[in-house]
Structure formats: C-alpha cells, structure tokens
Design a protein. Structure first.
Length: 67
C-alpha cells in the first residue's frame, strides 16, 4: 500500500471524496494509488494539500510498487 492510500484511509476518506476534492476522476486516483501512474504536477499539489503531506511524498514509490 502506498502513502497516498494510507493517508486516505487514515483520514477516513473514500476515493470518491478525494477525487472530488482534487478535481480528478476515481479511476485516475485509483491508478495513482496502485502505482500504475504518477499524478500530474498540479494534481500532486492538490493531493499534498488534501492529505497534509510533503509534495515529494506524493511522488514516492514503495518497494512493492517498484517491483
């Protein structure tokens, strides 16, 4: 599980709630959480604000995703 999904669950938010807040679709956010794609820079900034995390953490890849 990557940091974005962990943060979302920690905050008790659904994919739909976060997607709405950051102005993206649920499928896009899901792919980002699964490590299948990276967010665009503007989306990464919005995600970092919603989750209260450093911008570089939005782009971090876990060992499991890198494999």
């Amino acid at each position: 599980m990557n940091k974005l999904r962990e943060k979302r669950i920690e905050k008790g938010l659904t994919l739909m709630q976060v997607a709405s807040q950051v102005r993206t679709d649920v499928g896009n956010l899901s792919r980002i959480e699964r490590g299948q794609q990276f967010p665009s820079p503007p989306l990464a900034v919005r995600l970092s604000r919603v989750y209260g995390m450093a911008l570089e953490d939005v782009f971090s890849v876990t060992d499991q995703q890198a494999a």
